[in-house]
Design a protein around this ligand. Structure first.
Ligand code: NAP
Length: 261
């Protein structure tokens, strides 16, 4: 029987590319969107469900409806470009609901079934910004770092039960991801903020195709001996390699240069 894979955020971008590749490879794919009725280009054979990661009730309903899941790909996410000092805590909490607490809620809901079956895989999609914190993306960078820390901790709690958890951390990927971008009028941060927001948009626009991340997800699924972290797309693999050689100050200089500061 085909393995059942739940891909969150399968309506577009990276999640859609993962869902399409896994469907082609014969997996039974369950995809999510906040509004599945509005997905224009559905992938044939993918079963779509509603999921809003900011709503615990929506997460509980999905866990009920989905049935047994062998592989969870926690891909759906949101992003923010705000000056750290000006980000209202309500905004930050909302982002963490989508990028941290929601994905963990799904893990907690699906893990008991995986443990009972003695097998399972959780792929949490983070970001290179979780490793290389980007200025004016403090909320997004920190939520992805938090997810990475959670995943690494979880991984060594569940391996004895035959269940694996890894982080898949993309670099810049050309998707329609639209961050919540805001700087208050007249803010002292405006000139730097605008430079970084512009650079960020250009980097994403010139990024890799989502299929690069999809192929890495497939490689992870097929691997017999998985690592805790995988980089995919953009300059991510190069950056992870450079990180081993460079001091923190050198990394900071690199990030400032990349974002025009
Ligand atoms: N693009 C990049 O450069 C990049 C780089 C590193 C990491 N990532 C990460 O990769 C993942 C996918 O990003 P992407 O670029 O493919 O983004 P995208 O094109 O904007 O797609 C985001 C997906 O997440 C879903 N989603 C958004 N908010 C949600 C919420 N509150 N609850 C449930 N689903 C929600 C969307 O579905 P609906 O709108 O249909 O609900 C959509 O399918 C994210 O975790 C992102 O942080 C992206």
């Amino acid at each position: 029987m085909s393995q059942r894979v739940l891909v969150t955020g399968a309506s577009r971008g990276i999640g859609r590319a993962i869902a399409r590749l896994l469907k082609e490879k014969g997996y039974a794919v369950l995809g999510t969107s906040r509004d599945p009725g509005r997905i224009a280009d559905r992938i044939e054979g993918v079963e779509y469900f509603a999921l809003d990661l900011r709503s615990p009730a929506s997460i509980a309903a999905l866990i009920q409806k989905a049935g047994p899941v062998d592989i969870l790909i926690n891909n759906a996410g949101e992003s923010q470009v705000w000056p750290a000092a000006d980000t209202p805590l309500s905004k930050l909490r909302g982002l963490y609901e989508a990028d941290f607490f929601g994905p963990i809620d799904l893990v907690q809901g699906l893990l008991p079934g995986m443990i009972a079956r003695g097998s399972g895989l959780i792929i949490n999609v983070g970001s290179m910004t979780g490793k290389f914190a980007v200025p004016f993306q403090s909320g997004y960078s920190s939520s992805k770092s938090a997810l990475a820390g959670y995943t690494w901790s979880l991984r060594n709690e569940i391996r004895a039960f035959g269940v694996d958890a890894v982080m898949l951390e993309p670099g810049h990927i050309r998707t329609g991801i639209r961050p919540d971008v805001f700087a208050a009028a007249g803010s002292r941060f405006t000139p730097q903020f605008e430079t970084v927001a512009r650079r960020r948009a250009a980097l994403v626009g010139g990024g890799s195709e989502p299929s690069v991340v999809a192929r890495k997800a497939l490689k992870i699924i097929k691997s017999g001996r998985r690592r805790p972290f995988y980089a995919a797309g953009g300059k991510a693999p190069l950056m992870v390699f450079a990180r081993r050689l460079l001091t923190n100050r050198a990394v900071e200089r690199l990030i400032r240069k990349m974002y025009g500061l």
